[in-house]
Design a binder for this molecule. Sequence first.
Ligand SMILES: [Zn+2]
Length: 350
Amino acid sequence: MPDALPPVDESSLLTFLADLLDTPSPTGFAEPAIELTEHAFEKAGEATLTRTRKGALVVRVEGQNSDAPRALTAHADTLGAMVKSIKKNGRLALSQIGGYAWNTIEGEGCTIFTNAGRQIRGSILLDKASTHVYGAKVSESPRNGETMEVRIDEEVTSADETRALGIDVGDFVAFDARVEITNGFVRSRHLDDKACVACLVSAVQSLNRAGLKPVQTTYILISNYEEVGHGAAAGIPQEVTELVAVDMAAVGEDQNSDETHATLCVKDSGGPYHYNLSQRLRKLAKDYEIPFKVDIYPYYGSDGEAYWRAGGNIAVALIGPGVDASHSYERTHLKALIATTQWVLAYLLN
Ligand SMILES: [Zn+2]
């Protein structure tokens, strides 16, 4: 066991994270984020980069040994929507991608990606948004697919005019991330799971700068379909002997996790994670004095479980930084990102 972990470059971690957060990548349309991540791994150091046929990124980092290869995974896809229909007034109804409450996107700016490659801006609002027109109905209306709509920033008042812009059913809609970094806090949509993608890039960069190799050859799968439940169901190479999923920790009332720690999740909606692998990660965090918590997430599934449900027959564990208001306007802290990166480094080196 090395005495100390190599240093983490905080500024390049945050710079890449902000770039990634600003790159729209709703599930099914995550290629821009996968590509940005691919370039980041290329710059981070020695690794072999490939893509699965499903479009996920696989990074292979050569280890000191390769008799028991390992894998880590994080996902680059995010929540989003598709155009469900074009309304008579030219506004858009949405079909959700991923699991979130409609009220969490109310008032958000968005981009619609047309078939022809145009990007059209708009915002997501209640259909009865104006207090001066609808009075109490504004607060009383339920927020759902029937009552929420996209107001596009184009002079349209009919469905035909909207269609003439090239907008059609099935166009992807990405929500503005609204990234802001203040006092170490990173506030943005989609920290789930771009925060962890950035931690993995940062860990590989740290290793390479220190001239170190992981103890075992390690694959990093950056998946592109996690938010709909089957991201890492495919893509983990057959030879891998254990898997650590790296994904956000759920912060809230009665939760152990917080924004300044990394968390070992021992159980979520899919049941307990693998005991022995979890114990090893817990010991590594203690040995290296990494600020960590242990927690259970009540409404949560991960790519680790997607892999297990698809028939994966190896130990799976889950770690990640505490993220407040997950699947809403999220926030974490640099301390949690560093802790997560250090934990990944400790795992790679032991
Ligand atoms: Zn996630």
